[in-house]
Design a protein around this ligand. Sequence first.
Ligand code: WTA
Length: 638
Amino acid sequence: MSNYHIKHLEEYYQVYRKSVREPETFWEEIAIEHFMWRKKWDKVLSWNFSKPEIKWFEGAKLNITDNCIDRHLPTRGDKTAILFEPNDPNEPTEHITYKQLHERVNKFANVLKEQGIKKGDRVCIYVPMIPELAISLLACARIGAIHSVVFAGFSSTALATRINDSDCKMVITCDGSYRGNKTIDLKGIVDNALEDCSGVETVLVAKRIHSDIQMKEGRDKWLQPLLDEASTCCEAETMDSEDPLFILYTSGSTGKPKGMVHTTAGYMVYTAYSFKNAFQYRENDVYWCTADIGWITGHSYIVYGPLANGATTVMFEGVPSYPDFSRFWQIVEKHKVNQFYTAPTAIRALAKQSLDFIDNIDLSSLTVLGSVGEPINEEAWHWYNDNIGKRKSPIIDSWWQTETGGIMICPIPYVTPTKPTYATLPFPGIQPALMDENGEEIKGNQVDGRLCIKFPWPSMARTIWGNHQRYKDTYFSAYKDMYFTGDGALRDEVGYYRITGRVDDVIIVSGHNLGTAPIEDAINEHPAVAESAIVGYPHDVKGNALYGYITLKDTGESRNQDNVRKEINQIITEHIGPIAKLDKIQFTEGLPKTRSGKIMRRILRKIAHKDTSNLGDTSTLLNPEVVQSIIDDAYNDK
Ligand code: WTA
């Protein structure tokens, strides 16, 4: 029996049981068999959730780039490691083999060293989805510098906050970036940010759009000439298993962003293991995750997880709508993509478009479809299944978080039978628990509660950079000896999990707990609805009432909005009950979203509360303009 690669359901249950009964033996066997170590560990695991302190593979020495690159050279040197698909479909695809990746990472690592970067230094990476982005992460890892990638769509204020929080010495960036038919002046954003960041000594600038930018004497350096001069040989630094590999910021419900710290060995083992199983990757497959490397999904499942398995991983620079809405499918056809991993928000945007964008495209290479980032509603699930997977590729609805480092609850394709809107079963090594209001674990099936994890797993974040107390308060204080996810979930009659949304989005109406996700799911069943978001607002009698912001599909037909309102409430009544009916329905042109596609309910909640005086920073939204139009419409009586 292989612990590493699960091939059928019975095996899953066996492996899962072992991972719970003997977690240390379980992970130790995987770590020994599938990774390259410079020195083995003295202890597999030590942990204490009340401190909290978690250590995996203590005493081991390694470098993650040995595992992601060097060890593949004898057998996979000429295999494509990174397949770069540019924004412009007329620009040629770039195939970077493992051998070439090795050279480029070594050169880059030598440049970092020459510029004074040492083990433990923080390097901020603010680069669009071009090969230099993946290479810069690996180059940092090679010399033991801690990378902190900031999504290259964040504003200068957001960038400065992140640079300062972790005292980055260097920023790696680009002259500019392409996004569909637009270009973005990245270097200008960096220049603005750095006015407030005195600790940054060097800015390395890659050339992408060949724009005319300002270079600050002594601080800014073009990357390419330095790379041209650098040697292709850079001995990888020997790292301790618990040395930080990277920091990645995630927003909390309050306060400044949290710099989640991931360490080396556990993160490597878990992302590699979960990649192999979640995608059933086979040696000659082409795997594509559409996320940006600026998010955890890109770190774990574009860079580290795939490369640790010697996979071919696609990096796409552009957007799904450019040159038109067939772009994703064109890329799948062009590169015969086997595993495709995207977000529900993208699926819904694409599902709004005509099927003509798919009809003449050969999608027969696809074997696995993935979803991540938010609950996937039933309508989007079926659209994805029917039109993209042609009902033959399992959809893996993968639940996890920046903090968890890797996929936690997710079907294993061709192993776990799927069920729409269910993330299904925990991965081996993951022990979920549902908790009630009184802090007790809810046992048995057909129950719902707050989702916690009761045992450590290798890729969990170890702290929040510079604020261990906040780490403890946020994740380990709500329930004793549990990691609290902040999500709600239900467990059905067979033990499948369905994530019902953030518990901070639960709305109590007349004493009933209502999750926003199932209501939105119901609303989205209405054929005219593209997307919806529900928030609570104060109500005299019920305590809270429901306010629905709903975007209708643009089909060109005119509709009677009052009828649509009635029909929506009818559907909710049918799916959930009259208690979940919406008191207010506002039709909107769009919903405010974060750059990673999450609906900003905080803003919608404030508008519903008629409290728009302090909406917070909306500049980092994907579509800040939509906020004002929602406010304008909200106060016409609906
Ligand atoms: C939500 C993204 C339902 C959840 C990897 C979680 C999901 C938060 C799913 C983490 C899913 C992510 N079903 N909800 N499949 N995946 N979420 O840190 O609320 O950007 O807590 O990590 O997204 O978002 P993050």
